[in-house]
Design a protein. Structure first.
Ligand SMILES: NC(=O)c1ccc[n+]([C@@H]2O[C@H](COP(=O)([O-])OP(=O)(O)OC[C@H]3O[C@@H](n4cnc5c(N)ncnc54)[C@H](OP(=O)(O)O)[C@@H]3O)[C@@H](O)[C@H]2O)c1
Length: 327
């Protein structure tokens, strides 16, 4: 496992990391979560991603209980959470990044985790109604109080990120240091086109999510939705169209000969492709069971095999013109 600086900060993250969306509480109890966390930690992972909204707060509870069981040195790993949607429907309690929500949010998360601080705190989406200045000041205060060490954004517009950085610089506040964007073979354009300027000019980090497009890139949806997959979970019907899209499945199938040549699985190839982007600080992986973890962690060994010629063939399948990636 290699470690990469989070943008231009001093902190280093394992190039593959591990997140709990959909899985913790819904598919994995504390024991299953601890087993998976232990497997990734043994492979060198030092960053665990979470959010207050995952499983209505239960995902943080499960991760916190697993961390307690595992008993690792606090200095040896990083934990994140994200605030925005909230857990309650009150007017100031959901879909906002106002000061009250952020401060109550971090306090609630720390309680559920049973931790004194999180390493990274994200604004899970942008809030078009709260002044960015109010959000920046609140995140700065949370860091000053020692409840988080760094802060970042998730799926903000590039212009909003730049505005937040500039407000922080103007007032000598803690700046946001990383974005958490979606990035995989199917969904790469925002990362490459919109955000690249923020990575290049501001040294912003990128902790990318959904590298397997919810499992579509593993190839397991080629014969329909397997009963033991995310696609079959109650309440996730909204994923069905994406997971059974014939055009997308044909592209996944076209990747198979390349995976075979490289002696790896489709999942490993798709994860390794994400790792090849130098602006990626870490690829946040997800898994519902330990076998997937073992398979996915080996992607780190596949990345060096992705030569420019292989990458061109992969891009050919996913129909992204070379110049779009280069400029
Ligand atoms: N900031 C945001 O808004 C945001 C949004 C989404 C995710 N995230 C973060 O990113 C993390 C990863 O996202 P994701 O879970 O969507 O990642 P993903 O890699 O796209 O999908 C992971 C899912 O694919 C299946 N899978 C993984 N490896 C497999 C393998 N080797 N073989 C077969 N199936 C496999 C598993 O689901 P099944 O076994 O159930 O099919 C697993 O839970 C999340 O946990 C979260 O921390 C952040």
């Amino acid at each position: 496992m290699e470690y990469r600086h989070l943008g231009k900060t001093g902190i280093q993250l394992s190039e593959l990391s591990f997140g709990s969306w959909i899985t913790f509480h819904t598919q994995a109890d504390v024991k299953a979560a601890a087993d998976m966390m232990s497997a990734v930690y043994d492979a060198g992972v030092n960053f665990f991603d979470n959010a207050e909204s995952y499983a209505g707060g239960k995902s943080e509870e499960v991760m916190g209980a697993a961390l307690k069981q595992l008993g690792w040195r606090r200095g040896s790993y990083l934990v994140s959470t994200k605030i925005y949607w909230g857990l309650n429907g009150g007017v100031n309690e959901h879909n906002t990044l106002n000061r009250k929500r952020l401060i109550e949010g971090i306090n609630g998360s720390l309680e559920r985790f049973q931790l004194d601080y999180v390493d990274l705190l994200y604004c899970h989406r942008s809030d078009k109604t709260t002044p960015i200045e109010e959000t920046v000041w609140s995140m700065h205060n949370i860091i000053e109080w020692g409840k988080a060490l760094y802060w970042g954004t998730s799926e903000w517009d590039a212009a909003e990120i730049v505005a937040a950085i500039e407000i922080a610089e103007r007032h000598h506040l803690h700046k946001p240091v990383t974005e958490q964007p979606r990035y995989n073979l199917f969904e790469r354009n925002r990362f490459s086109r919109e955000y690249e300027r923020v990575y290049k000019e501001y040294g912003y980090g990128a902790t990318t999510f959904s590298p397997l497009s919810s499992g579509l890139l593993t190839g397991k949806y080629s014969q329909g939705i397997p009963a033991d997959s995310r696609g079959a979970l109650e309440g996730f019907d909204w994923l069905h169209d994406r997971l059974t899209d014939k055009g997308k499945l044909a592209k996944v199938q076209a990747l198979e000969p390349i995976a075979k040549e490289l002696n790896c699985t489709l999942s490993q190839l798709a994860l390794a492709w994400c790792l090849k982007n130098p602006f990626v600080s870490t690829v946040i992986t997800g898994a519902s069971r330990v076998e997937q973890v073992h398979e996915n962690m080996k992607a780190a060994n596949v990345a060096p095999k992705l030569t420019p010629e292989i990458l061109e063939r992969v891009d050919g399948i996913f129909e992204v013109k070379k110049e779009e990636e280069d400029d």
